[in-house]
Ligand binder design. Structure first.
Ligand code: ASP
Length: 427
């Protein structure tokens, strides 16, 4: 053990300091001088770029290597993965439903609060983004699984298309005659090792990156503007905390027979990255690295479950979609019937699969649900007030659930987790 502070501590301290700087800039105690703002912007952008740069190489190499290692029973492994996705997302949605019904964030003394909260100034731009969204978006999702052009899919960030292709590539690689298989595998394994090496290098800068990201967000939003939405904020955070701390921990402990505490600790750098970037896709290289090097999940299982999970398994998002729509119904004084609430649950489950792992992506899904239950689309403007901060929280839960999926599938496959003896020092 060296005397160096563990990566997650470095990141946590950096985030607290960044948050402090952002708040001081927001309330004017530190003047948000153009030089300071643009320096923070550049650092934050560099960090985001370094993560995004690795997403496609990570997805392709880890899927190919992971799938090619599965000699038989790929259907069983896929089955466990999908079973986990549906079960955990459903549990998340129920948590959202429960907490909104329990705490009624849309009512103050039994009166709907909608008309008392001013819409943020940039609500118009958002409306343009979400208008004309509907079932066609889900159809596009299915179409994107089989892109006509691989290069275009990569340049457009169509991860689902790349995942499907890499999955097929890995499957047929695993079925090549021994000699060809060895040489192909040697290539892809080395490529994967190189990509993970670059990820490790970039991760050293993570504390500086998260410092700038958090400072940037809080300098812009602050907390004051959120005051009228504070109760909604608390409701969502409590529901997310319940899902992560109770449901997923229980699953780890009882079903996967793993220590929730150890796993949480192992995944902390990924959670903090997810929190500061609000993007599960950008966090992917860090998630994969934490799972393999700190939580001890094999390449075979993590290679398949993590890229897929970052794209289609979104517990925090599903929970948020449900909570947000029920909140808006309360805030606008609309009583949703049981059948309507059920509709919200089902659409939240389905749309969370289609939501991209990028910031603010859920708002489009929420627009679809609002339309389905007959609520006004303008209602979504209210969500903008708290969206970035809640996005950070739900993305961390999305990423954590992907990591629990990997541990769950590994346990079903009879794999033993093999975390390194100590990851507490320099990581
Ligand atoms: N930002 C989320 C993610 O990347 C998606 C969302 O809920 O908007 O996982």
């Amino acid at each position: 053990m060296s005397g160096k502070l563990a990566l997650h501590w470095q990141m946590l301290i950096a985030m607290v300091l960044g948050g402090l700087l952002g708040l001081l800039m927001n309330n004017g105690a530190i003047p948000a001088a153009p030089a300071l703002t643009s320096t923070l912007d550049v650092i934050a952008q560099l960090f985001m770029n370094s993560l995004k740069l690795l997403v496609i190489p990570v997805v392709v190499t880890s899927m190919i290597v992971g799938i090619s290692r599965i000699d038989s029973g790929i259907g069983k492994l896929g089955g466990y993965t999908l079973l986990y996705y549906v079960a955990s997302s459903t549990a998340a949605i129920i948590a959202g439903l429960f907490f909104v019904n329990l705490l009624s964030p849309g009512l103050v003394d039994g009166v709907a609060v909608g008309s008392h909260i001013a819409l943020p100034a940039d609500a118009g731009a958002l409306m343009q983004k979400v208008e004309n969204r509907g079932a066609g978006d889900m159809l596009n999702l299915f179409l994107s699984m089989l892109p006509p052009n691989l290069v275009t899919a990569a340049s457009e960030g169509n991860l689902l298309g790349l995942i499907v292709f890499s999955l097929l590539y890995g499957y047929f690689l695993g079925r090549l005659p021994t000699e060809q298989k060895q040489s192909q595998l040697a290539f892809w394994e080395s490529a994967q090792a190189i990509v993970m090496g670059i990820a490790t290098l970039f991760l050293r800068a993570a504390p500086i990156g998260v410092f700038a990201l958090i400072a940037n967000v809080l300098a812009r939003t602050g907390f004051a503007a959120m005051a009228p939405m504070a109760w909604f904020f608390v409701t969502v955070v409590l529901a997310l905390a319940f899902h992560l701390g109770v449901t997923l921990s229980f699953l780890l402990w009882q079903v996967a027979k793993a220590s929730p505490r150890q796993h949480f600790r192992a995944m902390l750098p990924a959670l903090l990255t997810a929190f500061s970037t609000a993007s599960s896709n950008a966090t992917l290289p860090v998630t994969l690295r934490c799972l393999r090097e700190r939580a001890g999940v094999s390449e075979r299982v993590s290679g398949m479950t993590v890229p897929l999970g970052a794209t289609i398994n979104m517990d925090g998002t599903a929970l948020y979609e449900c909570a947000a729509v029920l909140f808006l119904a309360q805030a606008y004084g609309v009583d949703l019937s049981f059948a309507q609430q059920l509709t919200v649950v089902i659409i939240a489950l389905v749309t969370s699969i289609g939501v991209a792992g990028i910031p603010a992506a859920s708002l489009v899904a929420i627009a679809i649900i609002l339309g389905a239950v007959g609520l006004p689309l303008e209602a979504i403007g209210l969500l903008l007030i708290t969206d970035r901060l809640l996005d950070m929280c739900r993305t961390a839960v999305n990423v954590y659930s992907d990591s629990v999926a990997a541990v769950f599938v590994a346990s079903r496959e009879g794999e033993q987790l093999s975390p390194p003896d100590s990851h507490s020092a320099s990581d």
